[in-house]
Design a protein around this ligand. Structure first.
Ligand SMILES: Cc1cc2nc3c(=O)[nH]c(=O)nc-3n(C[C@H](O)[C@H](O)[C@H](O)COP(=O)(O)OP(=O)(O)OC[C@H]3O[C@@H](n4cnc5c(N)ncnc54)[C@H](O)[C@@H]3O)c2cc1C
Length: 473
């Protein structure tokens, strides 16, 4: 049960608490230092001293790509982190030149671009960000501590802190002006709200039953490639399988294979290799078949899109906000999770700047504005998932089906038209809204094709573009 606790005195308790030290929590804690005199970040795991796996973030064993938008916001939050990555030897990728990408309709062109990010393993990224954060003198990190429940004021209208449990230690009460829940997909906030006599949010789920399996390799000595990231996409409905091979720091490769609609990649050596061989292009298989594995094969199947609609609640207590996967988790194949968390933190930072004082009604306002921001990444992930016929969730509208046809044409145009490609990639990197692809300059070209008789709807030069043209890569 939530406990009644004395109203904190704003004059003496300029304190914020963040629940969970994943990527959303680390970024949120840094932004909160702009607004509160002290920030406490509470994490239930033991946090590794060196970049390493930990129980609370099982997804870290799998391929993670930080999109340009996320990289930009990370640098704003932690000035100098880009340089630190460069100094640490994290490979920098030019997305135009160094990503070889077999999209649905063929290999995307290579071009000089200013879209550049770092290809950093998830464990290293989180560790580097954490190292930066703990240097902040007004930040306290409590590890091996689990938030058990919330404290609320007499009226039950405001969260005033949390109750922390640490193994065999007695419980500890921490009071705060703001609690930020970034505890991920298993967040207890719906349960805590019910304990406070609020409604739990409804949840929308869309799942294409995608499964991942990943393995780490030593990069073969002297291996020459014109890519740092090799992506082979599935092709609904015909081919459910895809893969991405990332050239990461410390001369390691990480191969993540994926299969939609229950076509899960196997986790035994032979099955994993066979799955890699069965992709639309042999390039990934050829690269890794003789490479030395340095890890087991890790499976991961919890990939559904899930959105808890806090924005729709009539009543929401003050003193707490929630963001990151705890609100909205995406099918990871689109690589949007960390960048969306970064955008959410940026929004929180801006709103806190505009709402000083007692911040009555702030939490509800934040959740509503957050929901507006989440619409674009949600639409991008779920509408793509509805290309698969076994996908479960609210059924795709006529608009979604039209968008599939429209996006197919955009993707085909992007194979030949540099301007369309540039916009397409910038949308994928969350630098522009998907509505940019509806700009008249692009829409007219697309509609011209769509309005032609159906024989013209066949993919252009697809046969040549798929396996053949890249065989020498
Ligand atoms: C397989 C996979 C691949 C992905 N690939 C990408 C990608 O390529 N690009 C991308 O941007 N995103 C990717 N994502 C998404 C990304 O990992 C997350 O969206 C992002 O890390 C934000 O997560 P989070 O911090 O909200 O939650 P989490 O990462 O789940 O972190 C939550 C933290 O809270 C802690 N915690 C939980 N409960 C409590 C409690 N009661 N008390 C204290 N601590 C608690 C947990 O231990 C954990 O540390 C991927 C996800 C998956 C599953």
């Amino acid at each position: 049960m939530s406990e009644r606790y004395q109203e904190p005195n704003p004059a003496t308790t300029q304190h914020a608490i963040v629940i969970g030290a994943g990527m959303a929590g680390l970024m949120a804690a840094k932004a909160l230092l702009n607004h509160f005199s002290h920030v406490t970040l509470v994490e239930r795991d033991t946090l590794p001293k060196e970049p390493d796996f930990r129980q609370g973030v099982p997804q870290a064993r799998h391929g993670h790509v930080l999109l340009s938008k996320g990289q930009q916001i990370l640098e704003q939050l932690f000035p100098g982190i880009d340089d630190e990555m460069a100094t640490a030897g994290i490979p920098r990728i030019d997305w135009g030149k160094e990503c070889s990408w077999l999209g649905m309709w063929g290999w995307l062109p290579h071009f000089e671009s200013d879209l550049q990010t770092y290809l950093c393993s998830r464990i290293r990224l989180e560790w580097m960000v954490r190292q930066q954060l703990v240097k902040q003198p007004r930040l306290m990190l409590l590890e091996q501590c689990q938030i058990d429940r919330l404290l609320v004021n007499e009226a039950g209208s405001r969260v005033t802190g949390v109750v922390v449990r640490q193994q065999k230690q007695p419980e500890m009460q921490l009071i705060a002006d703001l609690v930020v829940d970034t505890s991920g997909r298993n967040s207890s906030l719906p349960k805590w709200l019910k304990q406070m006599r609020y409604s739990a949010p409804t949840e929308t789920k869309v799942t294409s039953f995608l499964g991942y399996a990943s393995r780490w390799y030593e990069r073969p000595t002297g291996y020459k490639a014109d890519w740092k990231l090799l992506v082979i996409m599935a092709k609904p409905m015909a081919i459910k399988r895809g893969g991405m091979l990332l050239a990461l720091e410390d001369d390691r490769w990480l191969l993540t294979l994926s299969g939609a609609n229950h076509d899960y990649p196997p986790t035994d050596d032979a099955g994993f290799l066979d799955f890699a061989r069965s992709l639309r292009s042999p390039l990934i298989y050829e690269a890794i078949k003789d490479a030395k594995p340095i890890s087991p094969i890790y499976p991961y199947h919890r990939t559904e899109n899930s959105w808890r609609h806090y924005e729709a609640l009539d009543r929401f207590p003050d003193g707490i906000v929630v963001l990151g996967d705890a609100v909205c988790g995406f099918n990871p194949i689109y690589g949007q999770g960390m960048s969306t968390a970064a955008l959410s933190v940026q929004l929180l930072d801006q709103l806190l700047q505009n709402h000083q004082g007692d911040r009555v009604g702030f939490s509800q306002k934040f959740q509503r504005e957050l929901a507006q921001m989440l619409k674009d990444p949600w639409l991008m992930a779920t509408s793509e998932d509805f290309r698969w016929d076994e996908t479960e969730g609210e059924k795709p509208s006529l608009m979604t089906r039209f968008m599939h046809r429209y996006m197919d044409q955009v993707a085909k145009l992007a194979l030949f038209d540099e301007e369309v490609y540039q916009t397409f990639v910038e949308v994928i990197h969350m630098l522009r809204s998907p509505s940019s692809l509806m700009h008249p300059k692009i829409a007219l070209r697309v509609l011209r094709v769509l309005l032609q008789p159906s024989k013209d709807d066949s993919p252009p030069l697809q046969e040549q573009l798929e396996v053949g043209s890249k065989a020498s890569c």
